[in-house]
Design a protein around this ligand. Sequence first.
Ligand SMILES: [Zn+2]
Length: 202
Amino acid sequence: MSVKLNSFILPDNIIKKMEEQIEKTRNTKIEHGLNLCKHDANIIYKDECTGDTCEIRIKSECSNQDITPKVGDFHTHPRGSPKMSLADLKNACHHDFKCIGSIDNSIICFAKKSVPYPEGCSIEVENIIIGTEEISRETGMLKRERSMLDTLKNIPNVDMNKYRELYNEHNIKIKQHNENVSYLNKRKDMVRNTYFKEIRVK
Ligand SMILES: [Zn+2]
């Protein structure tokens, strides 16, 4: 059964192709994907490709792009649900839709809503990526601090009051860190919901 994607129809043969790629992913545990290209009023697929266990690089334009410009793409996720990762979201900002298949055989397309100021999508995602990088530096720093505290505790005759003080400070930092993580996740959901609507293909 074909599915309506904004002004396009995702035809049955492409959905079948997507199912085939999901099947390959189930067998190989690696990502598969293809480009969705506009051809007159229809969508055709091109540029089938294979990635690795957690990433795929689908061509940024459809081959023969003057005649068949890219409107979106499809790729599979070997693990988890068909949700957009941060990298998927970044890439999706530039196209009409992005479709993801998961090995439980579901396919979801994220179709661009028409919202004022569409460039905001990329800018906001870029800021979330910068925030995520800061967060992972923070995670590393907090882990090192924690292991230093553990070492300190085991030193004989350590000043336990001083140790507790440092330990409490460390816990406050962890609390703040967790708040930053959940804030960024909320921002990501917000960007996704502002710019995309979810269309379940199957
Ligand atoms: Zn993905």
